[in-house]
Ligand binder design. Structure first.
Ligand code: DQA
Length: 144
């Protein structure tokens, strides 16, 4: 199966930004690990990051013809982007929402995800492992 890993705004700064919340691991390291896990599991993993809402929307639209699953960390857009929510709802590709931090244990504005209701599920709070757990779900789905 083909898997698109999508990272939203500010995630390019992982490893530098708010380390006490998001940890030391860079986005490049996360992506490398996902690509190599994917290789072991027979999954073709492609990664894309953007700070621009419209670019993320375009990736979701484009994914329909190219990918079987999307693993998506929408960053702060999670909490208010109806446009991203509608993009997810508009395509026939299952999306797994992931967050490094436990958004439910943080500021009140992070407790709401407007995107999660149109996703297959949400994995939060496990740092980079959140992405790996999502990839593991994809592995199991694609075997059945
Ligand atoms: C995040 C959580 C969001 O609230 C925040 O805006 C981020 C990162 C996470 O992965 O924990 O940018 O999506």
């Amino acid at each position: 199966a083909k898997v698109l890993v999508l990272h939203g705004p500010n995630l390019n700064l992982l490893g530098k930004r708010e380390k006490q919340v998001y940890g030391q691991t860079s986005l490049t390291e996360i992506n490398r690990r996902l690509i190599s896990m994917g290789r072991e599991w027979g999954l073709d993993v492609e990664c894309f990051q953007s700070n621009i809402e419209g670019e993320l929307i375009n990736q979701i639209h484009g994914a329909e013809s190219r990918f079987d699953y999307i693993i998506f960390n929408p960053g702060a857009y999670t909490h208010y982007s109806y446009a991203l929510r509608d993009a997810i709802a508009s395509v026939d590709v299952p999306v797994i929402e992931v967050h490094l931090s436990n958004i439910h244990a943080r500021e009140a504005f992070r407790h709401t995800s407007v995107t999660a209701p149109v996703c297959r599920g949400q994995i939060v709070g496990f740092g980079p492992l959140s992405y790996e757990l999502a990839l593991s779900a994809v592995r199991q789905w694609s075997q059945t």
